[in-house]
Write a protein that binds this ligand. Structure first.
Ligand code: ADP
Length: 421
């Protein structure tokens, strides 16, 4: 193994795994912290996905260190701590505490924090994070229910999360190339450990940052920061020249879409699928809570239709409907009920011969993958930016497209299934 990645959520892990696969690495993603180095598969890069973004910082640190130990134990030469390109975190963490703990574990004096992902509109300029044309603090992220981001100055944001000094390597330095950029990071680490925010507005900047970290044990950032890393290994003669895309063989079988995301993009995708004639079953959290709607009801409905084409099961709803269900049941209960039911439905669909499944929603994907008993995913071709097909390496033969709520075009479901032929 060349690169070990520790990702703080499931669909974010898939995003970085795809980035590395596109750059010519053989990539495997694990679901959850591996028990030991011995359980990790053979691959150029292994991405460990956790669900640690909003957990208590101590827990996120403990899991991240365990993942780091397993990856290093399996031979990883470099560790990347991957978080969201909108720097989703609170003043308590978890980006700062995890980065700091990994620096100590890997004995490094300087590292980078760079969430930039220009392809998806995330850029960092003078340490300030932009989402499209807006500062992070003016973007919808200011109202995120769990990690509201109300300060765009990442030097300040990160400094509130860690006792390690936080600095900045601005774009003017990055523009001078990898050697100057590396020297700037080194200089910042002279008087004690330092995490420096790296500016990046374009993919070219990300590649410079990547090259500047050749041979360095630790980087942190969004999936964009991984862009330049495979070429470092290639230049060092450790990775084969870029070859043909690896073939992806989805098992033949029935098709289903499970949507538990209520994000704007998923709402559009569900509407588009229904308009296009996909058979659809709408879940109602209150009916589930009252026992009037069960997994058996959904599976009975699906059984009659699966032979004719893909079925869609969705809890996706407009914000007013979500607020109403949450006020009646409580936010966590509503979420848990929907996630559990979708997990049971996924199990039932797999038993009914579904081998190609699209799942919309980060938490939802975690619930479905958990219910299916999948602990390892091979990364396949890209459907839309940041979302690949994956193949479950255990828990039964299943092709899975795990989509973060806000990713993908309006016809994502049809497009994804059509790709498999
Ligand atoms: P996203 O990637 O868009 O954030 P997630 O799956 O991560 O999507 O999160 C959506 C959460 O909302 C899940 O916990 C899901 O169970 C919950 N949920 C889904 N539909 C509803 C609904 N109709 N009412 C209340 N909560 C819902």
């Amino acid at each position: 193994m060349l690169l070990g990645v520790i990702a703080d959520d499931l669909t974010g892990a898939t995003d970085v795994a795809l980035m590395l696969a596109r750059e010519g690495m053989k990539v495997v993603q694990t679901v959850g912290v591996p028990a030991s180095a011995e359980t990790l598969p053979e691959a150029d890069a292994v991405v460990v996905s956790m669900k640690s973004r909003t957990n208590p910082a101590a827990e996120a640190v403990e899991w991240s260190l365990a993942a780091c130990d397993a990856l290093v134990g399996a031979g990883a030469r470099q560790i990347l701590f991957k978080y969201c390109s909108t720097f989703d975190s609170t003043d308590q963490g978890n980006i700062g505490p995890v980065a700091e703990a990994l620096m100590r574990r890997l004995d490094v004096r300087w590292t980078v924090a760079c969430p930039a992902f220009p392809a998806n509109g995330r850029s960092v300029y003078q340490g300030h994070l932009f989402v499209g044309a807006q500062l992070l603090s003016d973007s919808p992220m200011k109202d995120h229910p769990l990690t509201p981001m109300r300060d765009s100055n990442l030097v300040r944001v990160l400094q509130r999360q860690t006792s390690v000094k936080v600095g900045l390597v601005p774009v003017q330095v990055v523009e001078q190339g990898a050697a100057a950029t590396r020297a700037a990071f080194e200089a910042l680490g002279q008087d004690g450990p330092c995490i420096a925010i790296g500016d990046a507005i374009t993919d070219a900047h990300l590649r410079v940052l990547g090259e500047a970290f050749a041979g360095q044990p630790l980087l942190t950032g969004g999936s964009g920061i991984a862009l330049g890393l495979p070429d470092n290994f290639r230049r060092a003669g450790l990775l084969d020249p870029r070859g043909e895309a690896r073939p992806f063989h989805a098992p033949a079988g029935r098709e289903a879409v499970l949507a538990g995301s209520c994000s704007a993009a998923t709402r559009g995708q569900v509407a588009a699928a229904i308009e296009a004639g996909m058979e659809a079953f709408a879940l109602d959290p209150v009916a589930i809570a009252e026992g009037r709607m069960t997994a058996d009801d959904v599976l009975g409905w699906a059984g009659a239709r699966l032979g004719r084409g893909p079925v869609l099961v969705y809890s996706t709803a407009e914000p007013e409907a979500v607020a109403k269900a949450q006020s009646q049941l409580g936010r966590d209960v509503a979420s848990a009920l929907v996630e559990r039911l979708l997990g049971e439905v996924a199990q039932g669909l797999a038993a009914a011969g579904v081998t190609r499944m699209v799942v919309a929603g980060g938490e939802t994907s975690g619930a479905v993958v958990g219910a299916l008993g999948v602990s390892m995913l091979e990364i396949g071709p890209e459907i839309d930016p940041g979302v690949p097909w994956t193949l479950a390496a255990d828990g039964g033969r299943m092709a899975l497209a795990l989509k973060s709520g806000n990713f993908g075009g309006r016809d994502f479901f049809r497009k994804a299934l059509a790709m498999l032929g």
